[in-house]
Ligand binder design. Structure first.
Ligand code: DX5
Ligand code: ZN
Length: 226
C-alpha cells in the first residue's frame, strides 16, 4: 500500500482542446489531485501537443497542482517559461539532455518542484546520483508521445526499484501511460503514489463521467482483495 497519499493526475492530452478551460475545470470538480500537462515537441517524442502559452491560458481556472511533463529536448531553455506560466512541478526526461543535474537545479532555482522521468528502456540506476535533487520520479509505462497505449508490465519492476531508491525521502513516485482502474492496484502495490491517466478519465470527453472514472481508480486501489 502507498506510504504517501494517493494522487490522481488526469492528463489533459486527452481533453477536448476546443474547450480546454472547461475540461480543466471539470476535472478539478471531479476530484483530480494534480492536473497533468503533457508537453511534446515532435523531436524528443514523435508528436506535438502544446507549449507554455496554452498551459498558462488555463492556469486561472483551477488552484490544483499543475504537474508539467516536458517531453522536449533540450528542455533547459524553456524551464522559465513553464515556471512563469504556472507549473508547480516541472519534470524533465533523463534522456533529454546530457546535464540532468543542471536541469534539476534550474527547476528548483525557479522555485518549482523538480521531477525526472524515465522512458521504458532507461534503468532506474540512471537517477541514483540525483535522487536528492528531485521531488518527483516519473516512471513511463508506455513510450511517450501518445495517449491510449497499453501499459508495459515490465514497468512494475521499475516502479519497485524506484520505490526502493526513494526510500524515506519526500518524493512522489508517479506512473504515466496505460493506467486504468484495472491495473491501478498493482501499480500502487509496487510503490507508486501518483497515477496519471489520460484516456481512462478523459475518454469520451463527457464531463458527467469524470468523477466516476476518478473514483473507480481510487476504489480499485483501495479494494482489499488483490
Ligand atoms: C504519454 C503521456 C501520458 C498520456 C497518458 O506520452 O505522457 O501522460 O497522456 O495517456 P493514457 O493514460 O491514455 O495512456
Ligand atoms: Zn505524461
Amino acid at each position: 500500500m502507498p506510504t504517501r497519499p494517493l494522487r490522481i493526475a488526469p492528463s489533459i492530452l486527452s481533453a477536448d482542446f476546443a474547450r480546454l478551460g472547461a475540461e480543466v475545470e471539470a476535472i478539478d470538480a471531479a476530484g483530480a489531485d494534480y492536473i497533468h500537462i503533457d508537453v511534446m515537441d515532435g523531436h524528443f517524442v514523435p508528436n506535438i501537443s502544446f507549449g507554455a502559452p496554452i498551459m498558462k491560458s488555463v492556469r486561472g481556472v483551477t488552484k490544483k497542482t499543475f504537474d508539467c511533463h516536458l517531453m522536449i529536448a533540450p528542455a533547459d531553455a524553456y524551464l522559465a517559461d513553464f515556471a512563469n506560466g504556472g507549473a508547480d512541478i516541472i519534470t524533465v526526461h533523463a534522456e533529454a539532455g546530457p546535464h540532468l543535474h543542471r536541469s534539476l537545479q534550474a527547476i528548483r532555482a525557479l522555485g518549482k518542484k523538480a521531477g525526472v522521468a524515465l522512458n521504458p528502456a532507461t534503468p532506474v540506476s540512471t537517477i541514483q546520483h540525483v535522487i536528492d535533487d528531485v521531488d518527483l520520479v516519473l516512471i513511463m509505462s508506455v513510450n511517450p508521445g501518445f495517449g491510449g497505449q497499453s501499459f508495459i508490465r515490465e514497468s512494475l519492476t521499475k516502479i519497485a526499484q524506484a520505490h526502493a531508491l526513494i526510500g524515506g525521502r519526500d518524493i512522489d513516485l508517479e506512473v504515466d501511460g496505460g493506467v486504468t482502474a484495472a491495473n491501478a492496484k498493482e501499480i500502487v502495490a509496487a510503490g507508486a503514489n501518483v497515477l496519471v491517466a489520460g484516456s481512462a478519465i478523459y475518454g469520451g470527453n463527457d464531463p458527467a463521467t469524470y468523477a466516476g472514472r476518478i473514483q473507480a481508480i481510487r476504489d480499485a486501489v483501495n479494494t482489499h482483495n488483490a
